[in-house]
Design a binder for this molecule. Structure first.
Ligand code: NAD
Length: 449
């Protein structure tokens, strides 16, 4: 049974209201306006939900969204234009075009870790592509959910874009309805539920999932810089980042110096008492706090390890030596625990990497060109960086997405527009000439074909 909201959105879409460039630009401007108006409320909500510092919240939640909107405003006219393509000689005279078309009724699910960014960034693509949208914010970040609802209500007519709030039950109800495109960000387990439900209606799906993203470090890099960039990427949002380095794979002879460099980087960033740092986030809820505490084997803690259950605080923690058999290596960590594994030969490192499903991200710190080439050719992953962490996510020109267990499809910049568009291929033929040889009875010798 279709909901009243979906019926209204369907009628709105069928009316053609979302088709024009002018409408889409106006809606994107309206969204930009509403986001800017509620900027402080968004920062407060992220502080309340995750103890995100205003700087971190602004740079990873608000700025990426406003940048996506501005990028779309600048390029949308070009993205929407039908693209002329070459026509095979056989079909001459003719003109071939690809016409990007909105899917129609779309559904976006957001997770709780970047609850603002990961809802609004795909929404920009959906609106730019001319769709109607229902968004389902994460119920686990309730303050951000509340301000999200306010922004959406202010920016959009609900027949065009509306939010439905609730947990798995409501999400399940939504998934029973027929959408023309579903965009899901979340865990691989729920991703499977979404894909199964979408199969019922043969709805195309983009899945932005997670996994264990490895970070390899060899002895050719300056360890102080590597340690700063790793600690920054891992302990941002207290490790609750889908593309955070999940574990380190370190050339054995630099294990000790790298641990020392990581300790130094952590104390520069968060001081000797990270629970007092305004820049260090908290774990989202008690369930995740307990799960993470359970993964912390005290015998392996070489730095950190302290917890404050009342605040859901877990110190930035280094674990070493860790083996692939340890509990912390059996699931995506999604928290501030950094296991350190070692390797002696590149073969050994590659063999370990092959044990895990394709990760969303892969990082490698090396100045060895041959190793870089080998890693790029042999490790399958969504996206990543050489000599840094996380920064691949902030480029409009790089499609962001996983492969295999870490997802399917991609977005950001023009790729978001494409994720929410069907590419309609059309050949426009001329009528002034018509060759008889194409029609039966066929007389053309096979060797001419
Ligand atoms: P989650 O899968 O639990 O929830 C995501 C969304 O699905 C939420 O809106 C939630 O309400 C909904 N949901 C939960 N259970 C459901 C069910 N049974 N049926 C239908 N919908 C349901 O994920 P999460 O805990 O919010 O986020 C953490 C996960 O997301 C991690 O695995 C992380 O790596 C991944 N993630 C991926 C990206 C990415 O861009 N690839 C970004 C952030 C997080």
């Amino acid at each position: 049974m279709e909901s009243e909201l979906l019926r209204q959105q369907d009628a709105f879409f069928q009316s053609g209201a979302t088709r024009s460039l002018a409408f889409r630009l106006q809606q994107l401007r309206s969204l930009l306006n509403a986001v800017q108006t509620h900027e402080q409320a968004v920062l407060d909500a992220l502080q309340a939900d995750l103890h995100k510092s205003p700087t971190e919240a602004y740079s990873t939640e608000i700025a990426p969204v406003t940048a996506e909107i501005r990028h779309a405003l600048r390029h949308l006219a070009a993205w929407m234009r039908p693209r002329r393509q070459p026509t095979p000689l056989l079909h001459f005279p003719a003109v071939s075009r690809i016409i990007p078309e909105p899917y129609g009724r779309t559904l976006i699910f957001a997770p709780w870790n970047y609850p603002f960014h990961l809802l609004f960034a795909p929404l920009v693509g959906a609106v730019a592509a001319g769709n109607c949208v229902i968004v389902k914010p994460s119920e686990l970040a309730p303050h951000t959910e509340a301000v999200t609802l306010r922004i959406l209500a202010e920016a959009f007519d609900p027949r065009h874009v509306a939010a439905v709030s609730g947990g798995p039950e409501i999400a399940g109800e939504l998934l029973k309805q027929r959408f023309d495109k579903i965009f899901f960000t979340g865990s691989p387990a729920v991703g499977k539920i979404v894909l199964r439900a979408a199969a019922e209606h043969l709805t195309p799906v983009t899945l932005e999932l997670g996994g264990k993203s490895p970070c390899l470090v060899d002895a050719t890099v300056p360890l102080d810089v590597a340690a700063r960039r790793i600690a920054w990427g891992k302990f941002f949002n207290a490790g609750q980042t889908c593309i955070a380095p999940d574990f380190l794979l370190v050339e054995r002879r630099i294990q000790e110096p790298l641990i020392n460099a990581l300790r130094a980087a952590l104390s520069e960033m968060y001081g000797s008492q990270p629970q007092e740092s305004p820049d260090y986030a908290r774990i989202i809820n008690d369930r995740h706090f307990e799960r993470l505490s359970g993964l912390m084997d005290p015998a392996r803690v070489v730095h950190g390890g302290q917890t404050l259950p009342a605040e859901r605080y877990i110190a930035p923690t280094l674990l070493a030596p860790v083996s692939p058999e340890d509990a912390v290596m059996q699931e995506e960590i999604f928290g501030p625990l950094l296991p350190i594994l070692t390797y002696d030969t590149v073969e050994e490192a590659l063999e370990l990497l092959r044990r895990y499903p394709n990760p969303l991200a892969f990082y490698f710190f090396t100045q060895d060109r041959a190793l870089r080439q080998r890693l790029l050719e042999t490790v399958a992953f969504g996206g990543g960086c050489q000599n840094d962490t996380l920064v691949q996510v902030s480029s409009h020109s790089l499609p962001f997405g996983g492969r295999g267990q870490s997802g399917m499809g991609a977005y950001h910049g023009k790729h978001s527009f494409l994720a929410f568009s069907h590419q309609k291929s059309v050949i426009q033929r001329a009528l002034w000439i018509d060759f008889a040889f194409r029609y039966p009875p066929f007389r053309v010798p096979l060797r001419w074909l």
